[in-house]
Design a binder for this molecule. Structure first.
Ligand SMILES: NC(=O)C1=CN([C@@H]2O[C@H](COP(=O)(O)OP(=O)(O)OC[C@H]3O[C@@H](n4cnc5c(N)ncnc54)[C@H](OP(=O)(O)O)[C@@H]3O)[C@@H](O)[C@H]2O)C=CC1
Ligand SMILES: CC(=O)N[C@@H](CCC(=O)OP(=O)(O)O)C(=O)O
Length: 352
């Protein structure tokens, strides 16, 4: 076999970064050559995450200490907080113009600079890269991703709504002004940095909606749905925080267009995803559970009939840290590197 590709993980001491390390350790084509951290710079991975004790891994280094021009990496995963990311990626491309980057943050997902400024409250620091980045939802943008140098890995909530809805929008099978996405996420979606609102005592035994009417993922959903429809689409989306570690479950209400029945919508999804290794459409009427996808790169989609005539209920589930972040990022790497798309990420869910 050819020599292994050298990859780096920026933000390896975070949740998505450590999930990348977990999955990359069993990827046969890569060698982990660089790991960075901020507060944990100078430590070993096993000091931050004891589960890595048995494995040889590079020491976590501060980003500032990396000479990008000389780093010799074949691909970089960037798992840093949004806004921090754009400065870092701009600097990497300045030092290493042919670098390949899969960015897990939201910084390069919106192609429109005005939309970015509106939803994130500041001007983008690298608008030229914003234009260049390819949105990394593999099942929808595979052809463009293969040629990309900068891939904007989609958000976890957005993946869980776009995968079930984009095929139906492309097929003109649902009414575009009547889409309601009711999404629930586990707490790792909020990252590892300490926040009062994420304390056990604040979250356990309860359940709440947040970002009601203004969550930043709305911009990403509108962009991708409008691209698929060829005209402006605006959807209702409400996220909720659940006291569990991993998983997103979206319950989506749609109305069939021109008399399309829920069974016909199900058929469209079945056909669209028939050959996809990471999207599984359940038999009509069956619905998924977050436990069916936990730890795997799978998205499960179920379609059922609503009792309101003409309406269908679609339920999708994925693991926010895997298909919603690090697994999808590795799927993107596999495409960019020309490897079989499932390499290193074809594990079955962890159940129970
Ligand atoms: N969690 C999720 O389910 C998902 C997250 N994302 C996105 O992925 C990115 C990473 O998320 P997540 O892993 O949850 O976040 P975490 O907060 O868990 O990790 C952030 C990482 O970035 C490092 N870091 C923080 N600030 C800086 C800085 N100023 N300079 C350099 N490094 C820094 C941290 O280092 P240290 O801890 O050592 O200070 C840590 O390694 C975010 O943009 C997030 O929005 C995308 C999809 C899903
Ligand atoms: C539970 C929770 O807080 N989830 C995060 C979204 C998850 C995520 O990381 O989204 P990005 O990839 O777009 O950053 C939130 O609501 O902001």
């Amino acid at each position: 076999m050819a020599s292994k590709a050298k990859v780096g993980v920026l933000g390896a001491s975070g949740y998505t970064g450590s999930e990348l390390v977990r999955m990359l350790l069993r990827h046969p084509r890569v060698e982990i050559a660089l790991l960075t951290a901020e507060r944990s710079a100078g430590k070993q991975m096993r000091e931050v995450f004891p589960q890595f004790s048995p494995y040889e891994l590079p020491t976590l280094v501060a980003l500032e200490s990396v000479d990008w021009a000389a780093s010799g990496l074949d691909l970089i995963f960037c798992a840093l907080p949004h806004a921090t990311t754009q400065k870092v990626i701009k600097a990497i491309f300045a030092a290493a113009p042919s670098a390949k980057i899969v960015d897990l943050s939201a910084d390069f997902r919106l192609a429109d600079t005005a939309a970015y400024a509106k939803w994130y409250g500041h001007e983008h620091l690298a608008p030229e890269l914003q234009q260049q980045a390819v949105y990394g939802l593999v099942e929808i943008h595979r052809r463009d991703i293969k040629k990309a140098q900068l891939i904007a890995n989609p958000g976890c909530y957005t993946s869980c709504a776009e995968l079930p809805l984009i095929p139906l929008i492309k097929a003109k099978a649902i009414e575009l002004d009547d889409i309601v996405i009711d999404a629930k996420s586990g707490m790792t979606g909020a990252g590892r940095a300490a926040k009062e609102a994420m304390l056990f005592s604040e979250v356990s035994e309860g359940f709440n909606a947040y970002g009601v009417g203004h969550h930043r993922h709305m911009a990403e959903l509108d962009q991708e749905f409008s691209r698929a429809a060829g005209k402006e689409v605006v959807v209702s989306f409400t996220p909720h925080l659940l006291p569990m570690n991993r998983g997103i479950l979206s319950t989506i209400y749609v109305r069939g267009r021109r008399g399309k029945t829920p069974e016909e919508l199900h058929e469209i999804l079945l056909k669209f995803y028939a050959k996809e290794p990471f999207v599984h459409v359940l038999p009509f009427g069956e619905t998924p559970h977050t436990r069916h996808v936990r730890g795997s790169n799978m998205t499960f989609i179920g379609v059922a009939k609503d009792r309101v005539p003409g309406k269908a209920i679609i339920i999708a589930a994925l693991d926010n840290l895997v298909k919603g972040a690090s697994g999808q990022a590795i799927q993107n790497m596999n495409l960019v590197m020309g490897w079989p798309e499932t390499t290193g990420i074809d594990q079955v869910a962890l159940f129970p």
